[in-house]
Design a protein around this ligand. Structure first.
Ligand code: HEC
Ligand code: HEC
Length: 220
C-alpha cells in the first residue's frame, strides 16, 4: 500500500508541498503575533512567548526554578480551592471541604438540584462570606481534574504537561490559559475577605513563560 502510494506521489511532489508549507508557516506565525499584540498586554506576553518558542533553550535548572515560583500561586487557596483531589470544592484560607455537600458532577458544574450557579452568580456578591462569582464558575470536569490539593510542585508539573490529563493542551495553550482565562483571573479579584495569590498575575505569567522557554523541565 505505502509502496504504490509512493510511486503515485514522486519525491518531487512531496518536496513542492513541503516547500509551500515552509513558506506559509512564518507568515501565519506573524499574523498570529500581530493579532495578539493588538489586544491586552497579557496577550503581548503570550505573543512574545510564541515567537521565542522557536529558539527555546533547554536549561533544566532555570525551568525548575521558574516552575517553583509559579507553584506558589497554584498552591495558594484561590487556585487550590477549585482544584481539589476529591469531588467537592474547598473553601476559605484553610481549604476546608465546601459545606452544603456540594459535589463536582461529571461536567464540574455540580449535580442535579445543587448546581454551582444556584448560589454562585456571574460576579462576586458583596459582603464577607458571600458566594464569589464568575459566568464559568465550576470545578474542572471529572475526566480532567487537574488536581492541586495534596500535590508537590513536581507532581503537579508532570500532571500539567501530560496530554492525557490536561485535555490534550500544548504548552502554548497552557500559557494562553493562565494568561487570559477569566476564572484564573478571578484569583486576583476574589471578593471581600479573601487573600490574593503571592505573585501578581503578570509575575505569575512571566514565571510560567520562563518555565516553557527554558524547556519546561519539572521540579523533582
Ligand atoms: C471557580 C473555580 C476555579 C478557580 C478559582 C480556578 N480554576 Fe483553574 N480550572 C477551573 C476549571 C473549570 C478548569 C477546566 C477549564 C477548561 O477545561 O477549560 C480549570 C483548569 C485549569 C488549568 C488547566 C488548563 C490547561 O490549559 O491545561 C490551569 C493551568 C488552571 N486551571 C490554573 C488555575 C490557576 C493558576 C488558578 C488561580 C489563580 C485557578 N486555576 C483557579 C476552575 C477554577
Ligand atoms: C448552596 C449554595 C452554594 C452552592 C450550590 C455552591 N456554592 Fe460554592 N460557595 C458558596 C458560598 C456561600 C461560598 C462562600 C463561603 C465563604 O466565603 O465563607 C462559597 C465558596 C466557594 C469556594 C471558595 C472560594 C475561595 O477561594 O475561598 C469555591 C471554590 C466554591 N464555592 C466552589 C463551588 C463549586 C465549584 C460549586 C458547584 C460544584 C459550588 N461552589 C456550589 C455557596 C455555594
Amino acid at each position: 500500500m505505502s509502496k504504490s502510494f509512493a510511486k503515485k506521489w514522486p519525491m518531487q511532489i512531496a518536496l513542492v508541498v513541503w516547500a509551500v508549507l515552509a513558506a506559509c508557516l512564518p507568515a501565519l506565525a506573524q499574523q498570529q503575533a500581530a493579532l495578539a499584540t493588538s489586544s491586552s498586554s497579557v496577550h503581548a506576553i503570550v505573543a512574545a512567548s510564541t515567537a521565542t518558542n522557536n529558539a527555546a533553550r533547554s536549561d533544566a535548572a532555570a525551568a525548575q526554578a521558574a516552575f517553583n515560583r509559579a507553584w506558589t500561586v497554584f498552591a495558594s487557596p484561590r487556585c487550590r480551592n477549585c482544584h481539589p483531589s476529591g469531588d467537592a470544592p474547598l473553601q476559605g484560607e484553610d481549604g476546608h471541604v465546601h459545606i452544603q455537600d456540594v459535589k463536582r458532577g461529571p461536567d464540574g458544574k455540580g449535580v442535579y438540584g445543587m448546581k454551582c450557579s444556584t448560589c454562585h452568580q456571574v460576579a462576586n456578591l458583596p459582603g464577607a462570606n458571600m458566594p464569589p462569582g464568575n459566568p464559568k464558575w465550576s470545578l474542572p470536569p471529572a475526566n480532567m481534574k487537574m488536581v492541586i490539593q495534596g500535590e508537590t510542585a513536581g507532581e503537579f508539573c508532570r500532571q500539567l504537561k501530560d496530554p492525557a490529563k490536561n485535555g490534550h493542551r500544548s504548552l502554548a495553550q497552557i500559557i494562553e490559559h493562565v494568561s487570559s482565562d477569566d476564572l484564573v483571573g478571578w484569583g486576583w479579584n476574589p471578593g471581600e475577605g479573601r487573600t490574593l495569590p503571592p505573585l501578581d498575575r503578570p509575575e505569575f505569567v512571566a514565571a510560567m513563560k520562563a518555565w516553557v522557554d527554558n524547556g519546561a523541565a519539572c521540579p523533582q
